[in-house]
Design a binder for this molecule. Structure first.
Ligand code: THU
Length: 126
């Protein structure tokens, strides 16, 4: 699948965002190694800290549907932000060193490998 198509899926996922408190809608589209696309969006709560980020919603949803091998992740926000630290840990842990595309709503995007987004990632406690 092309990067543009994966970002188009992320844009669709973004439309499902529940973000009335931040007004910052995030969409994520996770491509599985079988070619399936799993959506995630940020879901905020009246109890603010219980909010979940789009990236983690996509990954947890994919895992709970039986997927365990991922090849790419696209994220879209209004300003093209890179994933937060908590999401970097989960992407790194469950997806490995995949390319991560982060796009803005103007259609510009950047791609970084996960190991560059989270160098020296925490892995197995010894
Ligand atoms: N958010 C994400 O969905 N992903 C990130 O990587 C960073 C932040 C969400 C959480 C909250 O709903 C809103 O963006 C503002 O922080």
């Amino acid at each position: 699948m092309s990067v543009e198509s994966l970002i188009t899926h992320a844009r669709k996922a973004q439309t499902f965002s529940k973000s009335p408190y931040s007004n910052y809608a995030v969409g994520a589209a996770l491509l599985t190694s079988e070619g399936e696309v799993i959506y995630g969006c940020n879901i905020e709560s009246k109890a603010y800290p219980t909010t979940l980020c789009a990236e983690r919603v996509a990954i947890f949803s994919a895992i709970s549907q039986g997927h365990d091998d991922f090849s790419e992740l696209a994220i879209i926000t209004k300003d093209g932000a890179a994933p937060c630290g908590a999401c970097r840990q989960i992407i790194s842990e469950y997806c490995g060193n995949i390319p991560v595309h982060f796009a803005n709503e103007a259609g510009e995007s950047q791609t970084m490998m996960m190991d560059d987004l989270l160098p020296l990632a925490f892995r197995d406690p010894q």
